[in-house]
Ligand binder design. Structure first.
Ligand code: GLA
Length: 393
């Protein structure tokens, strides 16, 4: 039987040239949910699902992007000042090109072939992976140096302004700064971060509920607006606060009367989640997974009952995981209203965990979940010749 063509061969068939390869990972967030846009703390890890991009330079000034996932090609003139969004997948790579140029990078004409392996719509940041892999490829083909913090910010800006999704900076940042075997605690205000080693004997088990509820993006935007309203109202009493990050639990309690009930609950989640994330980071630094797992459980409860972004499928998945042997902690991960849970599980129990949770979830919902046993991966980069064989087939 014929072997399938590698990504490089498919690139040659489509563009008649040799390519270089770049990759950027998706992510899972261990704790620190809905805190990034409040300038707080997050603790994500890059995962070993990537977006791969093959790229070469064109003689003209056009950007030609083909998506293998959507079987479509999009073409733009890079020097045009009227590039508008199409509300399709191509807004991600095109938005990145627009924002890189706006930031002063002189991009060369480029062909891109995009192959995404991060599950789409599962809350594992397939969009950040496409943005970051595209940015990396465009800058590299154009001979520009790569400042990872700046690239993270520009990709977030492209998603906020060109695509029109008001995400925080977590996904793009960890896709660029992740390290194999490590999670990363990030201060979303200063963008200072520290890599924290994940003990060898545990793996990251990601359980995909296979549901994505309609209201995910409208509710995400509503939560952001509610957090902003909390800051506006509290700034009368607490001078100098810029974001919920600036409040501690005592201050919030003291000024409770200034906030309507729902707004207070939103602020309560964010303030407590920031504290929990720092405590979880301390536990991981100390290698105390029991403590880390407790913080994960508290985070899930707060997201479910106080921030109200969970859903019955996520709650069931967390509940099923919590009783399993070798499981330290479980919680929903990402924006919520569907998508995935993250579980810290002893490697030796991971396979049994996977089977039992899958079976019980299917019995409970009639849905067959996908369960990925992952480890923390490196951030975006050029795919070296040794990696090429593995990654481009
Ligand atoms: C989505 C966004 C992130 C973050 C999470 C919630 O994944 O893309 O920036 O806000 O939701 O923690």
């Amino acid at each position: 039987m014929d072997r399938p063509l590698s990504l490089g061969e498919r690139f040659r068939v489509r563009f008649g040239a040799d390519a270089r390869f770049y990759r950027a990972p998706g992510r899972v967030n261990l704790i620190g949910e809905h805190t990034d846009y409040n300038e707080g703390f997050v603790l994500p890890a890059a995962i070993d699902f990537h977006c791969l991009v093959a790229a070469n330079r064109r003689p003209d000034h056009r950007l030609v992007v083909h998506s293998e996932d959507f079987h479509e090609t999009c073409e733009i003139e890079l020097s045009s000042d009227s590039i508008s969004r199409s509300q399709t997948w191509s807004d991600y790579p095109v938005g990145v090109a627009v924002h890189l140029q706006r930031a002063g990078f002189h991009l060369q004409g480029t062909n891109l072939l995009i192959h995404g392996e991060v599950p789409i719509g599962a809350g594992l940041s397939s969009s950040a992976a496409i943005e970051v892999a595209t940015a990396y490829a465009l800058l590299s083909v154009s001979g520009c140096s790569i400042d990872r913090v700046q690239v993270a910010r520009l990709c977030q800006e492209a998603e906020n302004e060109f695509v029109g999704a008001r995400c925080g900076v977590m996904d793009q940042f960890v896709s660029l700064h992740g390290r194999a075997g490590h999670a990363l605690i990030l201060d979303c205000r200063s963008l200072d971060y520290e890599l924290l080693s994940i003990p060898d004997f545990v793996c990251l088990v990601i359980c995909n509920t296979m549901v994505k509820h309609e209201l995910a993006s409208s509710e995400y935007n509503r939560r952001r607006a509610e957090c902003e309203e909390a800051v506006r109202r509290l700034s009368e009493a607490v001078p100098g606060i810029r974001a919920l990050r600036d409040l501690n639990p005592e201050q919030l309690e003291r000024h409770r009367a200034l906030l309507p009930e729902t707004i207070w609950r939103r602020a309560q989640h964010v303030v407590s989640e920031n504290a929990r994330t720092l405590e979880a980071a301390a536990a991981l630094r100390a290698g105390d997974l029991e403590e880390f797992g407790k913080r994960m459980a508290q985070s899930h409860h707060s997201l479910r009952d106080v921030y109200e972004v969970s859903c019955p499928e996520l709650d069931l998945m967390v509940q099923l995981a919590s009783g399993q042997r070798g499981a330290y902690g479980a919680r929903m991960t990402g924006g919520g209203f569907g998508g995935c849970t993250i579980n810290l599980v002893d490697k030796q129990h991971a396979e049994k965990f996977r089977r039992q949770v899958a079976k019980a979830y299917e019995n409970g919902t009639g849905l067959k979940p996908q369960i990925y046993v992952c480890s923390a991966a490196d951030g975006a980069g050029l795919v070296t010749p040794e990696m090429e064989f593995k990654e481009t087939t």
